[in-house]
Unconditional design. Structure first.
Length: 607
C-alpha cells in the first residue's frame, strides 16, 4: 500500500468528491514503494498541486484533478477553459497547463541540487536525474465522452485519466500504465532513500530538521547566487516518512503524542504550530513547556521557520506570572515559593472569572510529562471551544520532576478528550545506537518498564540505525585531574571540527556549573551559560538541558548522583535525559564512586 501524506481518511483533508475517489483509486492500485502527497504545499512559494506521485524507479508525477461535467465545459484550448458555473460563465486555466507549470517548478527546484541532477557530460548534464511528468484527471467524464467532444484537441489523450479508468474494480496494471504514459522519457535507475529524502527536503520545507543555518534559500526560492549548489550539505536531515505522515495527519481536537527521547516530538509540535499559524486564527496560539532554555529554543526554532506574532512561546511558570501581572491577581501570604503561589493564583482566577477562559485558539505542550495534573485542567479551560485544538507531547521515561506527586487521574478527568487520538513514536533518531543502548540500559536498571499504563505508556526506544562512538566512562583520582582531562577532550573535539557551541557540559547542581565554567575559561576554552547570548561550550544543569541536543555531551562528577534526597528512580531518569542529549559523542567522568558510576562502568565494560 502506498504512503499517503496526509492519510486519505484524515478528517483534516478537504477534498472534492472526485479528488477523494481518485485518492481511493491510488490507494487500491499502488504498491508500497509509491509516495503520494495530496494538496500539500510545495517549496518556499507554497504551490498547491492536487496530487504528487513519486516512485523511486518511475519518477515524479504532478496531477490536477477536475470534477467538471461534459455539459459544463463550453470551450477549451491549450491554455484556458470556459466553464459554466452557478454564477455564470467562468474562464479558468487549462488544468493540463496548471499541472505543467507545477511540474516545471518542481523540476527546477530539484535541479538546483547537484546531487539530484545528471553529472555525466553531454546533452543532459545538469538535468534532473529522474523522469518527471504531469497530467489531468477528469473524474466525471468518460474516455468516450472525452474523445467524441474534441477535448483531446486541448489535452493530449496520453495526458488524461478519465472517469471509467479510475472506477472501483479497475486492474492495477493498466491504471499504473496510464500514469506512466504521462512521461515523455524513461531513464535512470532506482532512487536511493537518501536521494528521496533530498527531494522531500527541497519540496517540503516544513519537514526540514535544522542544520544550524548552514544555508538558507532566497525567500522566493530562486537561489540567484547559486548558494544551494555551493553549500547544500551532502547529508541532509528531514522527518522520516512515518514522522511526516503523523505530522500531516494531526488534525483538530485534542491529541497526545507519546514519544521516546530523540523521536522528533518537538519537530511535530513545530510542524503543527506552523500549520495552525497559517490558518490566521482570530486568537493567539500558545506553546508551553516546563523549563526556560527549552522555551527559548522553541521560540527561536519557530521564528526561524516563519511563525508569526500570533504564536506565543512561554515556559509554564513564566506564563502564570504574566497572567498574574496582567489580571492583577492576589498571591497568598505564605512561605511557599512565589512561582507556586502564582500558579495557584491563576487557577483560582480562572475559577472565579478574573482570568478569562478561551483565550487561545490552540495550545501546544512540549515535555508534558513534567506538568502537574491541575495545570492541564487549567490549560484546557484556556482553549477556545470553537477551535478546541490541543497537542500534548509526553514521555514518562523523561519525567525528571518525579519528586512531585505522580499523575494518577485519567486524561478525561483533566478535560483532555484524546481517546483514539494518541500516537506512539518509538524510534530514536537523535542518538547513535551505542549511546542509546548505553543510556536506556542504565535507565532500565532503575525503572520497571512494565509500570506504564495505557494512558501513559513506558516505551522501549528503537534505535534509528546510526552507528557511532561508544560512550566514554572515565575515573580520576581527583576533581582537578577530572577537570584537566575534560578540558583536553573538549579541545580535541574542537580540533576534529566540532564547534565549541555544539558541545555541552551537563551538571547535576547549579554550583557545579559555575565551577566548571571558570575552570574551562581558565584553560582557554570559551564557555557560556545556556541562557547567555555568547558562544562557547554550553554549561547548564541536567534539568535545563531538557529538550535540547548537542554534538558532544560531557557529564562530569557523576559520583554526586544519585542525590540522597531524591529517589534513585527519579535521579536515573534525570541522568537518562542528560545522556540522550548527545547526537554524536557522550563522555561520562567521575572522581568519587557511587551506585551510578558503578553501573556506568559495568555498561561500558560489557557493551
Amino acid at each position: 500500500m502506498a504512503l499517503f501524506f496526509p492519510d486519505i481518511h484524515s478528517k483534516n483533508l478537504k477534498l472534492t468528491s472526485g479528488e477523494r475517489r481518485f485518492a481511493a483509486c491510488l490507494f487500491r492500485t499502488l504498491e508500497d514503494d509509491y509516495c503520494c502527497w495530496i494538496n500539500v504545499p510545495v517549496g518556499i512559494r507554497q504551490l498547491r498541486p492536487d496530487f504528487i506521485v513519486l516512485h523511486p524507479g518511475r519518477g515524479i508525477l504532478t496531477l490536477e484533478v477536475k470534477d467538471w461535467k461534459l455539459d459544463t465545459i463550453r470551450g477549451m484550448d491549450r491554455f484556458s477553459a470556459e466553464i459554466m458555473t452557478d454564477r455564470g460563465l467562468k474562464t479558468e486555466a487549462n488544468p493540463l497547463e496548471q499541472a505543467r507549470n507545477y511540474a516545471i517548478a518542481i523540476k527546477e527546484m530539484l535541479e538546483r541540487d547537484p546531487l539530484l541532477t545528471q553529472q555525466a557530460p553531454g546533452r543532459y548534464h545538469g538535468h534532473l536525474l529522474l523522469p518527471w511528468g504531469y497530467g489531468v484527471v477528469l473524474t466525471r467524464i468518460s474516455r468516450l465522452q472525452f474523445e467524441e467532444s474534441g477535448l483531446d484537441q486541448a489535452i493530449p489523450t496520453d495526458k488524461v485519466i478519465c472517469q471509467d479508468e479510475m472506477a472501483e474494480g479497475i486492474d492495477a496494471e493498466p491504471f499504473q500504465q496510464r500514469l506512466w504514459n504521462m512521461f515523455h522519457f524513461h531513464f535512470g535507475g532506482l532512487l536511493s532513500l537518501a536521494r528521496i529524502d533530498r527531494m522531500r527536503w527541497h519540496l517540503f520545507p516544513e519537514i526540514r530538521i535544522s542544520q544550524q543555518g548552514l544555508f538558507e534559500p532566497d525567500a522566493d526560492g530562486s537561489d540567484k547566487d547559486g548558494k544551494i549548489s555551493r553549500f547544500l550539505p551532502e547529508l541532509i536531515k528531514v522527518m522520516d516518512a512515518r514522522q511526516e505522515k503523523i505530522a500531516r495527519n494531526l488534525g483538530e481536537g485534542h491529541r497526545i503524542v507519546h514519544g521516546v527521547a530523540g523521536s522528533g516530538k518537538t519537530l511535530l509540535l513545530a510542524f503543527r504550530c506552523l500549520q495552525l499559524d497559517r490558518m490566521n486564527m482570530a486568537k493567539p496560539i500558545l506553546v508551553l513547556c516546563y523549563n526556560k532554555p527549552l522555551a527559548a529554543k522553541l521560540a527561536e526554532m519557530l521564528a526561524a521557520k516563519g511563525a508569526g506574532d500570533n504564536v506565543q512561546v512561554r515556559h509554564f511558570h513564566g506564563w502564570c506570572k504574566a497572567m498574574c501581572d496582567l489580571y492583577q491577581l492576589d498571591l497568598e501570604k505564605s512561605e511557599r515559593p512565589i512561582y507556586e503561589k502564582q500558579v495557584e493564583a491563576v487557577i483560582k482566577g480562572a475559577e472565579t472569572g478574573r482570568v478569562p477562559r478561551a483565550q487561545y485558539a490552540a495550545i501546544l505542550i512540549d515535555e508534558g510529562h513534567d506538568f502537574e495534573p491541575e495545570w492541564f485542567k487549567l490549560l484546557v479551560q484556556m482553549i477556545d471551544p470553537e477551535t478546541n485544538s490541543l497537542l500534548l507531547l509526553y514521555d514518562d521515561a523523561q519525567s525528571i520532576y518525579g519528586e512531585k506527586k505522580k499523575r494518577s487521574a485519567s486524561w478525561a478527568s483533566l478535560g483532555i478528550k484524546a481517546a483514539g487520538r494518541s500516537t506512539i513514536l518509538k524510534v530514536n533518531y537523535r542518538n547513535t545506537i551505542e549511546a542509546l543502548n548505553f543510556s536506556y540500559q542504565f535507565l532500565s536498571a532503575y525503572i520497571d518498564e512494565a509500570s506504564g499504563t495505557d494512558e501513559t505508556p513506558r516505551i522501549h526506544p528503537d534505535a534509528g540505525g546510526r552507528n557511532g562512538c561508544k560512550p566514554i566512562v572515565s575515573r580520576f583520582g581527583s576533581l582537578s585531574d577530572e577537570l584537566d582531562s575534560l578540558a583536553e577532550q573538549l579541545k580535541a573535539r574542537n580540533a576534529s571540527n566540532v564547534p565549541y557551541d555544539q558541545m555541552a557540559v551537563l551538571c547535576r547542581f547549579n554550583r557545579q556549573v559555575d565551577t566548571f565554567r571558570a575552570t574551562l575559561s581558565g584553560k582557554g576554552i570559551p564557555a557560556a551559560h545556556v541562557q547567555s547570548g555568547s558562544s562557547g561550550v554550553r554549561l547548564m544543569t541536567m534539568h535545563a538541558s531538557k529538550g535540547l541536543e548537542f554534538n558532544t555531551v560531557v557529564i562530569p562528577d557523576l559520583g554526586c548522583m544519585p542525590y540522597a534526597k531524591i529517589a534513585p528512580e527519579n535521579e536515573a531518569k534525570l541522568l537518562y535525559v542528560a545522556m540522550t542529549r548527545a547526537t554524536d559523542m557522550l563522555i561520562v567522568s567521575y572522581h568519587r564512586e557511587s551506585d551510578f558510576t558503578r553501573q556506568c562502568e559495568r555498561l561500558a565494560r560489557y557493551s
